[in-house]
Design a protein around this ligand. Structure first.
Ligand code: PLP
Length: 399
């Protein structure tokens, strides 16, 4: 089938990133670039920094934007906080923690991993034990992926912070919120998170192409301590701690991405941050209700084995005795719903439904109906009444 083939109506985008981009954000993105002395440039950057701080729930963290994807922000975190030969603890969540660990090792940093159990969130006790065992305080930071987008398991960041505090260890807490910011509750200051990294194309409702790090004063002090030990220039937070746009971005800022982000942040304000989170919780409950019903026939099942840890952003569905990639292809080509594949260790045994960003109840119901139509077309055994269950889960909420 040609990729140029015409189809009527909308293609529903239900990958857990990139996500559907609202029209107001696309319109903002199409603005004309400005010369570097244009008086509108600094307010644009300030609006993005202030708006992002409000979403992160931080008063004073420094914000660093990069024209990069999430992987760029991962690298930025490591080159700033850690020098080659230093050590980091990476809490294992599966695919995304493995990827981050592999990248961190490639940069000469020594990585300690906690044990991994498929389908389960990070066990805070494993973090505590690893820190207690590190009597010399060689571990400089703990990296945590809030939601592992491959397994759709969300870990409990405050519980991990409490475990770190119990250990009495001074390591910094670094959290990857790529899959959760703007979808799941997150409180940078109140939860004691020192560094946060994220990207534009998931809960933030922007096109792919921009990433950010947010760092508190302890993280900036740690970064100063690695100056001269960790080779860096473009990513360097200390160099970017500068009011001038050209220095803050180490060159020309990605102006159109900033215009898009400002528009997206305005949408958050307009809907109300708490309402955005409540909407995600409600839409996730509809998807989970449908998956529970489908699973009754014994072929599909949640990857996440702990109901309370199921992500509000994405649901990973394990398939036994049918081909998830065939399901995905039929759902996309016959019913115009794009869902995502299994990643890493889940390749060939999982498909994923993204439900974050600019979504409404009928969009999610349409997605679920498209997936069910595909499952039925392929005669995959599923329980009856999933869409009805999803509608019931939505209740009378205004979505
Ligand atoms: C998508 C994702 C990334 C990687 O982001 P890219 O923009 O694709 O580089 C990292 N962490 C998590 C949790 C993600 O969901």
């Amino acid at each position: 089938m040609s990729t140029e083939e015409y189809f009527s109506g909308l293609r529903f985008l239900h990958s857990p990133g990139p996500t559907h981009v609202p029209k107001a954000v696309m319109d903002a993105f199409s603005g004309q670039p400005m010369d570097m002395a244009d008086p509108r440039l600094e307010p644009l950057i300030e609006d993005c920094e202030a708006g992002l701080r409000r979403v992160l729930k931080t008063k004073a963290a420094h914000i660093f934007f990069y024209a990069a994807n999430g992987h760029g922000a991962w690298e930025a975190v490591t080159v700033n906080l850690l020098a080659p030969g230093q050590r980091v603890l990476i809490a294992s969540t599966g695919h995304f923690s493995d990827y981050w660990a592999e990248m961190t090792e490639a940069m000469g940093v020594s990585v300690v991993r906690t044990p991994y159990r498929e389908g389960f969130p990070i066990d805070p006790e494993h973090v505590e034990q690893a820190l207690v065992a590190d009597k010399a305080h060689a571990i400089k930071a703990v990296y945590v992926v809030h939601t592992d987008t491959a397994s759709s398991v969300t870990s409990d960041v405050p519980a991990i912070r409490q475990a770190m505090d119990r250990s009495g260890h001074p390591a910094l807490l670094v959290v990857d919120v790529v899959a959760t910011l703007g979808a799941a509750p997150f409180e940078m200051d109140q939860w004691g998170v020192n560094v946060v990294m994220g990207a534009s194309q998931k809960g933030l409702m922007c096109p792919p192409g921009m990433a950010f790090c947010a760092a508190d004063e302890r993280a900036i002090a740690q970064t100063r301590s690695t100056a001269g030990l960790s080779p860096r220039y473009y990513w360097d937070w200390i160099r970017r701690l500068n009011a001038a746009a050209y220095l803050k971005f180490c060159g020309t800022p990605p102006q159109n991405m900033l215009m898009a982000l400002r528009a997206a942040l305005q949408l958050f304000e307009r809907e109300g941050h708490d309402n955005v989170l409540a909407r995600h919780r409600q839409l996730a409950s509809a998807v989970q209700a449908a998956v529970s019903v489908w699973s009754a026939a014994g072929v599909l099942d949640f990857v996440c084995q702990v109901p309370a840890a199921r992500s509000v952003s994405v649901t990973s569905i394990a398939v036994k005795g049918a081909n998830p990639d065939e399901i995905r292809r039929v759902v996309r080509d016959s019913y115009n719903v794009s869902i995502a594949s299994g990643l890493g260790p889940f390749r060939g045994r999982v498909f994923r439904i993204g439900h974050l960003g600019d979504l409404s109840a009928p969009m999610v119901l349409g997605c679920l109906a498209g997936v069910e139509a595909g499952l039925r077309a392929l005669a995959v055994p599923i329980g009856d009444g999933a869409i009805e269950a999803a509608m019931r889960a939505l209740g009378s909420a205004k979505l």
